[in-house]
Design a protein around this ligand. Structure first.
Ligand SMILES: Cc1cc2nc3c(=O)[nH]c(=O)nc-3n(C[C@H](O)[C@H](O)[C@H](O)COP(=O)(O)OP(=O)(O)OC[C@H]3O[C@@H](n4cnc5c(N)ncnc54)[C@H](O)[C@@H]3O)c2cc1C
Length: 307
């Protein structure tokens, strides 16, 4: 039996792995891959201490750091997807899709989340070629260009605010007449002269050649198909936390995110912690996920030593 199972190889899981190895906790880190969501990013400009790193290089540096500290104390079970997590007599048992079973006294869930994708034709073809899911990461690449934001919730409006700082124009489209975002945020966005908001708009197709050139949508009031020319499409259709395998054990919020105590990342189940984008943490960024992972290990270390 290990002291600890870490599930996830993004910034939260890897930061936790490095700290766990240095604290000599016997650990298995199980992950589909090392790197996490931003591995696909062309350029990450806010990983502290590194003015610019590609997602691929960040993932490589995560792996290098794990290899440097893992020694005999940490096992890496990569290419594995966890399918179940249950409580046992002495701790917890985890099963993977590859039919492996691991047991440990404590578990840290760091499985992150996936963005809800835009599913219209062209959206997958032009992903990372103009269609993007992260304004704080990719927004500056669209300086002085026309961009579209899909989504009328708070995330959509906050994305619009960020983009208004450098884009030539921002058009936010929303499928309903009323917005889900708070009126204060909506009002703030409407005040910009280069901001346009279109309601009752259902996306139909992402247009492009090598890169995105625009978007067509149905005006659901008139049933007409209309077109917006744009170089970038920022999709803010919500996120889906990777928590299915844990939902029978730990408490989730209505968005299926794991509820944690922000002081120490504990879940409602003694012996289970969670960190990063799979939790009800308010903000989702690499540095925050890594910090959450570190915070969890500080607490797990003291807890394991008390057992
Ligand atoms: C395209 C894009 C670009 C981004 N750019 C930036 C940026 O520039 N700066 C920034 O700060 N933030 C950026 N973000 C946000 C940032 O990537 C996330 O906040 C961060 O990755 C969250 O880290 P995490 O460790 O919690 O989860 P994730 O990065 O989502 O990692 C989850 C890990 O768990 C694994 N996993 C998931 N489910 C299972 C399972 N069942 N079994 C085993 N393993 C599993 C995954 O394979 C992965 O290794 C970006 C996000 C996206 C989508």
């Amino acid at each position: 039996m290990f002291d600890l199972i870490i599930i996830g190889g993004g910034p939260a899981g890897v930061a936790a792995g490095v700290y766990a190895a240095r604290k000599r906790l016997t650990t298995v880190l199980i992950a589909k891959e090392i790197g996490g969501q931003s591995s696909v990013s062309e350029g990450i400009e806010n990983w502290i201490g590194t003015p610019m790193v590609s997602g691929t290089d960040l993932a490589k540096s995560f792996r290098t750091h794990l290899d440097a500290v893992k020694d005999q104390i940490m096992t890496l079970a990569l290419g594995e997807r966890v399918t179940s997590l249950v409580k046992t007599d002495g701790g917890f048992s985890v099963k993977t899709g590859g039919d492996k079973t691991f047991a440990a006294k404590a578990v840290l869930i760091a499985t992150g989340a996936g963005r809800r994708k835009l599913t219209v034709p062209g959206a997958d073809v032009f992903e990372n070629k103009g269609v993007t899911y992260c304004a704080s990461c990719d927004g500056p690449l669209f300086a002085d260009m026309d961009v579209v934001v899909v989504g009328g919730g708070n995330a959509g409006f906050e994305t619009a605010v960020q983009l208004l700082a450098y884009a030539k124009s921002v058009t936010l489209i929303h499928r309903h007449k009323e917005f889900k975002a708070d009126p204060v945020t909506v009002e703030k966005v409407f005040a910009y002269p280069h901001m346009r908001v279109i309601t009752c708009a259902e996306p139909v197709e992402v247009l492009g050649d090598k890169f995105v050139t625009g978007l067509t949508y149905t005006d659901t009031e008139s049933d007409e198909i209309k077109k917006i020319s744009a170089s970038g499409i920022f999709v803010e259709a919500g996120v889906i936390p990777n928590t299915d395998f844990a939902e029978k054990l730990v408490e989730l919020d209505p968005l299926k995110r794991i509820k944690v105590d922000p002081h120490n990342q504990r879940t409602n189940i003694e012996g289970v912690w969670a960190a990063g984008d799979c939790t009800d943490e308010l903000y989702h960024q690499n540095n925050i996920a890594a910090g959450d992972g570190v915070k969890a290990i500080e607490d797990i270390y003291l807890w394991v030593k008390r057992q």
